[in-house]
Every structure is written in structure tokens, then in C-alpha cells.
Design a protein around this ligand. Structure first.
Ligand code: RP5
Length: 170
């Protein structure tokens, strides 16, 4: 039996999936059970409201919300849930995500949305940030996060070594 999801990944449209799947990949690597759904602040407001109001009682601990354009999804979700909401602004219009960034980050005082970078880096960081929140109470997750960081550092070191070898051949 699959474990119950502790992270919900929401996105405003299926066109957001290409980027938001990166968050899912990270959570999968960390063996954090999650669910993913398309729901829109504007096109399906009642469904969004229903999901967000029931998320905490269903056992979810963190919500990751990606949206582009006039990206109100993270904000309207945060308005009705006690759970931490992590927003990922996405590039969906000629404004290339600046519209979504401002709509997501400029929340009025009282309703926080932890806003990440626009696009793929934001989706990756949203998942890592969710893992950090869960690691406060979940044994073993802190060590996995450290291992991820160590692997990343080793990757940079390898790239530097390759660069030095290329430099030597100039
Ligand atoms: C937003 O509008 C979605 O999050 C998406 O980024 C954007 C465009 O949606 P589609 O027109 O591609 O469905 O609500």
C-alpha cells in the first residue's frame, strides 16, 4: 500500500507540469509521499477552495503551489489553510514569469507564501524546502538532505577538475 501523501503539489494548469514535475522528482528521491493535481484559482475556484480547506485534516503537511500569469493560486490556498504554502512562479506569458513572481510574492501581511525562484530552480527548491520543513520532525530526512548537498558539492568539484584539465590543454 502506498503511504499517504504528506506534500501536495498543486498547479494551475497541465501546461505547468513540465516544470512542476521537477518538484515531484526531488520528493520521490527523498521518498517523501506526495500527490499532484491541477486546480486553478480562477477556472476552478470551488475545487481549489475545497482541496485547500481539507488538506490539513487529510494529513498533508506542506503544500507546493506552482502557477503562471496572474498567479493567485498559492495566495488563495494560503488564505484558507494553516499549512505552510510554498509558491513557485512560472513563466506562462510574454512577461516570462515576472507577473507570476509578483503575484505570488507580494502577499499582504498575515497570509505568507514562501516564494521560490521562477521556473525549474523554483520547483526544485520548493521540494527541498518542503523536505527541510518535514526534516524538523522526521527522523533520517536531515541526513538525506545533507547527502544531497554533499553530492551536489562533489558534482561542482568534478566540473572544476574537468575545467582545469581543459585549461591545461589550451
Ligand atoms: C495559470 O495560467 C496556470 O498556472 C498557467 O501557468 C497559466 C496558463 O494556463 P493555460 O492557459 O496553459 O492552461 O493559471
Amino acid at each position: 500500500m502506498n503511504a499517504s501523501p504528506v506534500v501536495g503539489i498543486l498547479m494551475g494548469s497541465d501546461s505547468d507540469f513540465e516544470i512542476m514535475r521537477e518538484a515531484g522528482r526531488i520528493l520521490k528521491d527523498f521518498a517523501i509521499p506526495f500527490e499532484m493535481l491541477v486546480t486553478s484559482a480562477h477556472r476552478t475556484p470551488e475545487r481549489t477552495h475545497d482541496y485547500a480547506t481539507r488538506a490539513a485534516q487529510r494529513g498533508l503537511k506542506v503544500l507546493i503551489v506552482g502557477a503562471g500569469a496572474a498567479a493567485h493560486l498559492a495566495g488563495v490556498v494560503a488564505a484558507v489553510t494553516p499549512l505552510p504554502v510554498i509558491g513557485v512562479p512560472l513563466s506562462a506569458t510574454d512577461l516570462k514569469g515576472m507577473d507570476a513572481l509578483l503575484a505570488t510574492v507580494q502577499m499582504p501581511g498575515g497570509i505568507p507564501v514562501a516564494t521560490m525562484a521562477i521556473g525549474k530552480a523554483g520547483a526544485v527548491n520548493a521540494a527541498l524546502f518542503a523536505a527541510k520543513i518535514l526534516a524538523l520532525t522526521q527522523i533520517g530526512l536531515m541526513e538525506k538532505l545533507q547527502a544531497y548537498r554533499d553530492a551536489m558539492a562533489q558534482g561542482v568539484e568534478k566540473k572544476n577538475q574537468a575545467l582545469q584539465e581543459q585549461l591545461a590543454r589550451l
